[in-house]
Design a protein around this ligand. Structure first.
Ligand code: 13P
Length: 251
């Protein structure tokens, strides 16, 4: 029912030749696997290169960020329509690194989701608690706030077009993955929240993917959880073999 989504967030990594080679390897993997949607999110300047290497395969292209205004005097920013024009179908919004280093807030995340939806992009909305928040027991409160503010004022049919990524900040790039049980617990919490605050059917259909030190060695057990519908992968998405193994685990 929910097609697994395996997404590579390349962050600020790779140059053109590396991007082409990695994409070509992923295209080969996807030609041998079924039932998984595969998404690559390179840096803006590599979108064209990756798009060319994707060719007419089923691999999808996405960006890591956008600005909510449609155009204008916003030096250094990229709009949703520019991303569509570059061949993107998806855009990551509210990644914890954007929240931590670039002042992204729950409210700016909501504006960006709106811009993405208006342009026909699928937003991959990131939420997740810090280590401090996990340790002091405020995970449910933090997740509830992030999800509620992000989804506020959207119609159920709009929420249905989104993907939610649960990325515990303490698990990102640290090698410390959430246990499958811990991740499942938060995923179920998010689905329940959407069921109560948006719509039951939307909650059943929406994909909630996990991110945070996901790799070939732990993908199987994470993806086996009822409410984990895929992965948003950083480090391991930069290695063709690792990322291919994760795709295979999801298929
Ligand atoms: P890592 O897989 O490197 O922990 O990164 C996860 C992430 O932030 C994906 O968006």
């Amino acid at each position: 029912m929910r097609t697994p989504l395996i997404a590579g967030n390349w962050k600020m990594n790779l140059l053109r030749a590396e991007a082409s080679a990695l994409t070509e390897a992923i295209v080969t993997t996807t030609s041998q696997t079924n039932g998984v949607e595969v998404l690559l999110c390179p840096p803006f300047v590599l979108l064209d290169t990756v798009r060319a290497a994707i060719g007419d395969s089923d691999v999808e292209l996405g960006a890591q960020h956008l600005y909510s205004e449609p155009s204008g005097a916003y030096t250094g920013e990229i709009s949703a329509t520019m991303l569509v024009d570059a061949g993107c179908k998806f855009v990551v919004i509210g990644h914890s690194e954007r929240r931590q280093f670039f002042g992204e807030t729950d409210a700016s995340v909501r504006h960006k989701i709106k811009a993405a939806l208006d342009a026909g992009l699928t937003p991959v909305v990131c939420v997740g608690e810090t280590l401090e928040e996990r340790e002091d027991g405020s995970t449910p409160k933090v997740i509830e706030r992030q999800v509620s503010v992000a989804l506020e004022r959207f119609k159920p049919e709009e929420v249905a077009k989104m993907v939610i990524a649960y990325e515990p900040v303490w698990a990102i790039g640290t090698g410390k993955t959430a246990t499958p049980e811990t991740a499942q617990e938060v995923h179920a919490f998010i689905r329940n929240l959407i069921s109560k605050s948006v719509d039951k059917q939307v909650a059943k259909g929406i994909r909630i993917i996990y991110g945070g030190s996901m790799k070939a060695a732990n993908a199987d057990e994470l993806l086996a959880q009822t409410d984990i519908d895929g992965g948003l992968i950083g480090g391991a998405s930069l290695k063709a073999e690792e990322f291919s193994a994760i795709i295979k685990a999801a298929s």
